[in-house]
Design a protein around this ligand. Structure first.
Ligand code: TRP
Length: 341
């Protein structure tokens, strides 16, 4: 028998997902499927980042139900609470404690340069909604805390989070040079050939949780008929030629990209196998329905046993807290806080 690798020698991985909106095909193919693979290769931590969600105002009833749903989804896509550590961010209050220490390490200027903050705050301003919370501004310090508190080596994220990861490294380095070696410097793990999953109706936009075109977004728990219908009605073009070229043919290329991601094939070579849009749409729908079937079945099992989900969530908080408590104490000691608190 091969002995298990002790976790202290394994790469530590951490990622988070916001519990807002419905989880769709883009999240599944782009991130969650990879998380489910990574959990067997690395010591993995995954969380629903509810504290990040409240940087914009949330309806309390909705936040609660979306957080629960997100956790159910993470389990359904195959994250095994016995294999990885699966938790709700706010259940581990050490995150906010470390976040404060990091807010005092990061500079105002660094936070002001974050493009996500610039974009989001500009959008809120435009909509006549003047309230831009201070939390939206300090969001990257909390994200850095999420990562550094678990000594994560790798952080699987989309390209839009690259800048936050660089900031996390800068903050960790500054802290270490001011106060002595405390944090591990994490690397962003950005998939090289990210499955591009665009809106089926507006294929130049990313499929998004907040999309205004329900026909363009496929939720991972949608029923089979509705998924099939959405692919059948997906926007293509009038050229009637199957080619993988996102600039010239975004709709067709999106279908190829989704089919490729679902079947582990190269989208460009898949294009050679089709000369009509109809069969491409059908095969893509079928591949997605097949990939989602086990996820949907697991979800049904979980919904039938809500106590099981509660147990998983409580266990995750406990496992995560054990690790987080140690790191925060290390950081506080390094900064000179009086011991014994
Ligand atoms: N900011 C990330 C996003 O919007 C979510 C997130 C919060 C995260 N904390 C994290 C991702 C820590 C990776 C690691 O997608």
């Amino acid at each position: 028998m091969i002995a298990a690798v002790p976790s202290s020698f394994m790469t530590r991985v951490l990622s988070g997902i916001q519990p807002t909106g419905d989880i769709h095909l883009g999240n599944f193919l782009g991130a969650l499927r990879q998380w489910a693979i990574d959990q067997h290769l690395h010591d993995s931590f995954y969380c629903a980042v509810d504290l990040h969600a409240v940087t914009v105002q949330q309806d309390p009833v909705e936040l609660r139900s979306k957080t629960l749903e997100t956790m159910a989804t993470l389990v359904s896509v195959g994250l095994d609470p016995e294999v990885c550590t699966l938790f709700v961010q706010s259940h581990v209050p050490y995150h906010t404690e470390l976040s404060w220490l990091l807010e005092c390490t990061v500079s105002f200027g660094e936070l002001r340069r974050m493009t996500q903050f610039k974009d989001k705050s500009a959008k809120q301003g435009d909509g006549g909604q003047e309230h831009v919370s201070a939390g939206l501004f300090t969001y990257p310090a909390l994200m850095a805390a999420d990562i550094l508190i678990y000594d994560a080596d790798r952080v699987p994220v989309g390209d839009d989070q690259r800048q936050h990861l660089e900031l996390t490294r800068d903050v960790a380095e500054r802290f270490n040079s001011r106060y002595g070696q405390t944090f591990v410097l994490p690397e962003a793990a950005i998939p090289k050939i990210a499955a591009r999953v665009m809106d089926l109706q507006e294929p130049t936009n990313k499929m998004s949780k907040s999309s205004e075109s329900p026909m363009g977004t496929v939720g991972i728990f949608e029923d089979t008929n509705s998924i099939a219908k959405k692919f059948k009605r997906a926007i293509t073009d009038s050229e009637n030629q199957v080619r993988f070229d996102f600039d010239a043919k975004p709709g067709v290329s999106n279908l190829l990209s989704i089919l490729g991601a679902a079947t582990d094939r190269d989208p460009a070579s898949l294009a050679d196998e089709y000369d009509q849009y109809g069969p491409l749409k059908n095969d893509t729908a079928e591949a997605i329905i097949d990939a989602l079937e086990p996820v949907q079945n697991r979800r049904a099992e979980l919904l039938a046993d809500p106590a099981e989900l509660d147990r998983i969530i409580a266990r995750g908080a406990e496992k995560a807290s054990e690790v987080a408590a140690i790191t925060v104490q290390r950081a506080k000691d390094a900064m000179g806080f009086l011991p014994g608190g």
